[in-house]
Write a new protein. Structure first.
Length: 278
């Protein structure tokens, strides 16, 4: 895909996110929207995955460590053909397989169920180590939130990954600057994020996580890096694509009502139309 096609696809993913959350009447739009470009790029350009064979032992793996951003993963999986788009409106509903956190037992394409923040990255590190031990060449990708990296388990996993030189592992940190309680710098500042990961023997790349050229270049650099894992610190806009949600901590964990949903979908419709004019 070229950048225009990727942007159109990410715009559809954002529509999926907003649609699912509006139907659920609860959930986490801000951090799902901020990550849409990165997750779209991973599934459409970077990762060796096949929706027709989701359990392929040689597939690349993706672990959404910030599991409350499940709508972005469900939105991409639906676009990719892992699950029907019509099922997105069952998000968080009783008896739906699309719950508030990804469930590897019931959703095709999910490599790890998520739980408390910090746990997913540890699972990704284990997968990367397993690939090395088994002599496999699949790669492992994980996405963590910048508020999530306040959790100590992230740094235990990072220490292990660096010590074991897991160069088949890539961690994206979605640095949108906001968590449920406000600005991350005010709550419990993780800055400087890049220097911390460097201290844990990671190759570190700083990018704009809403720019496909920068995402592509960073992932190419990660593939070429040997002897150490890569951390991509991605500066993003929380709520990206929906004007009234952008850079607003209040939209970390709140679903749009009917009026807000209509505004968001109209904005995303116009964004898609504008892209088609290019």
């Amino acid at each position: 895909m070229d950048n225009l096609q990727l942007a159109l696809k990410a715009n559809e993913v954002r529509k999926n996110i907003v649609t699912a959350l509006h139907s659920a009447k609860s959930g986490h739009p801000g951090g799902s929207l901020s990550a849409a470009d990165m997750v779209t790029y991973l599934y459409y350009e970077e990762m060796n995955v096949d929706p027709k064979n989701p359990k392929d032992p040689n597939r690349d793996r993706f672990v959404l460590s910030k599991g409350h951003a499940a709508p972005v993963l469900y939105g991409v999986l639906a676009e990719k053909g892992y699950l029907p788009k019509k099922d997105l409106v069952t998000l968080r509903k009783t008896n739906s397989y699309l719950q508030g956190h990804p469930d590897m037992k019931h959703i095709p394409g999910i490599d790890m169920s998520s739980g408390s923040l910090g746990q997913g990255f540890s699972a990704a590190v284990g997968m990367a180590l397993a690939a090395k031990m088994d002599g496999k060449d699949y790669r492992v990708y994980s996405l963590a939130g910048d508020g999530e990296i306040q959790e100590g388990q992230i740094w235990e996993a990072a220490m292990f990954a660096g010590a074991r030189k897991l160069d088949n592992l890539v961690l994206f940190v979605d640095n949108n600057g906001l968590q449920i309680d406000g600005n991350i710098a005010d709550v419990c500042s993780p800055y400087p994020i890049d220097k911390k990961f460097e201290a844990f023997n990671f190759h570190v790349i700083n990018i704009n996580g809403n720019d496909f050229d920068e995402i592509a270049a960073a992932l190419k650099e990660a593939r070429e890096t040997k002897g150490m894992p890569t951390a991509i610190i991605a500066k993003t806009i929380k709520g990206k694509g929906v004007s009234y949600m952008e850079n607003q901590a209040g939209w970390h964990g709140k679903a749009p009502n009917d009026e807000e949903f209509a505004i968001a979908m109209e904005e995303l419709k116009k964004a898609g139309e504008a892209l088609c004019q290019k």
